[in-house]
Design a protein around this ligand. Sequence first.
Ligand SMILES: [Zn+2]
Length: 100
Amino acid sequence: MPRPRIPETSAAQKATRLAWNQGLTGKSRPPAMASVIPVCTVDGCGTPVTGTRPPARGMVRVTGSADGAAAHWYCPTRCAAIARARADLRAIPARQGGDR
Ligand SMILES: [Zn+2]
């Protein structure tokens, strides 16, 4: 017995089906790293360094990875640690020669 098919009639169902089948509608998935770490809501956290003053008291400047990424201001504890870890990960050279 085949399972009964429920007709997809509503606009929302059609939109969902289109998004799934073709991947051309809706928002794209965020990068893997972004989905693991909740976004910080502190004002000024993660903003690019433009001058010498932090956007908020006590924020620390974290330089980007070695490939010349810009430095950014982050909260002194959690966010700075995450940013440094990200920079470290990006600094790892890409593997050569595929899956070995
Ligand atoms: Zn933060």
